[in-house]
Design a binder for this molecule. Structure first.
Ligand code: ADP
Ligand code: MG
Length: 204
């Protein structure tokens, strides 16, 4: 299975750009219920992936995703690094093992389950999982890209009503309620950037 190099290259750049543009916003969300570094962490991760964009994009898709995941683990740091890293690495492994009939969304489901195991977290715990699972569901139902992006954004907003059960925000208990989770927000931003790119992408 080969990645379409131009497509992957564009997606990596779209992700880098949205995180760079929203890095301060993500830090502000993290200052409210964490330690204020989520935007900086994500920006560092996306820049590290961007630096190897050309070589990564020429790899077969499973290899490319595994390589991106490894780079994210090493560069994002914090709690989010191993979680985003697991998502991409597992996605790569699942796609490599996939038979033709197994689709992208079921590989994504397995990868999200691996993130949940890694974080010992569940939907409703006020984490990036509260965006990942709804996005996967929307993808499985073959919703249009614009609707998937809207789902992601709404799901991130819904984390404001949740009490954090995992990560630094959980130390705040009930005081975490009323704030959007930074990881859920970065996940929605990335999903929106990816969906927007795929919506507009027209191979020549
Ligand atoms: P740190 O908390 O180490 O400073 P970041 O600020 O980069 O790391 O990331 C925080 C985000 O990571 C949270 O907003 C949350 O979405 C996610 N997160 C933290 N711990 C967990 C966990 N155990 N399971 C799932 N997601 C988590
Ligand atoms: Mg933090």
């Amino acid at each position: 299975m080969l990645a379409e190099p131009v497509l992957l290259m564009g997606l990596i750049e779209a992700c880098r750009a949205t995180i760079a543009a929203n890095s301060e916003h993500l830090c502000a969300l993290d200052r409210a219920i964490g330690d204020g570094d989520h935007g900086t962490n994500m920006r560092r991760g996306c820049e590290a992936v961007s630096a190897e964009n050309a070589s990564v994009s020429s790899l077969p898709l499973p290899d490319a995703l595994e390589k991106i995941g490894l780079t994210l683990v090493m560069s994002i740091g914090g709690a989010a690094g191993p979680l985003y890293g697991t998502l991409l690495m597992e996605m790569g492994r699942e796609l490599r093992a996939a038979e033709e009939e197994k689709d992208f969304s079921s590989a994504l489901k397995q990868a999200i389950n691996a993130v949940a195991r890694r974080g010992r977290s569940h939907p409703g715990d006020k984490t990036l999982l509260d965006v990942l699972y709804p996005v996967q569901d929307a993808l499985a139902h073959r919703l249009p890209w614009t609707d998937i992006a809207r789902h992601a954004e709404r799901s991130a907003e819904l984390t404001a009503a949740m009490r954090a059960m995992r990560g630094r925000a959980s130390y705040l208990g009930d005081r975490s309620i009323g704030h959007v989770d930074p990881g859920a927000s970065s996940c929605a931003l990335l999903t929106t950037a990816i969906c927007r790119y795929l919506e507009e992408y027209r191979p020549v």
